[in-house]
Design a protein around this ligand. Structure first.
Ligand code: SF4
Ligand code: SF4
Length: 74
């Protein structure tokens, strides 16, 4: 990943999301929109991606990247 993505990870708000379960918290997984699916079973309890600054910075929209997988940009 380009160095800038580390910076983006710091802006990811997934850790505050009700869907963010123990399996991802334990591994400190974030930035699913670029890194892809969580890789463990998650139930949909809501998604905060719509109000995430990363979406505005990178110019995309979407939700549930932890379940659906990476965003496809251009
Ligand atoms: S859009 Fe969602 S997955 Fe991507 S950084 Fe923001 S909160 Fe995390
Ligand atoms: S991708 Fe969306 S649903 Fe999944 S943990 Fe992040 S904010 Fe929550």
């Amino acid at each position: 990943m380009p160095a800038k993505d580390e910076e983006l990870e710091g802006k990811c708000i997934c850790a505050r999301c009700p869907t963010y379960a123990e399996c991802v918290r334990r591994d400190k997984k974030l930035l699913f929109c670029f890194k892809g699916k969580a890789g463990c079973q998650l139930e949909r309890y809501g998604c905060l991606c719509g109000s995430c600054p990363v979406q505005k910075l990178r110019g995309f929209n979407g939700v549930y990247f932890c379940i659906e997988g990476k965003v496809l940009i251009k």
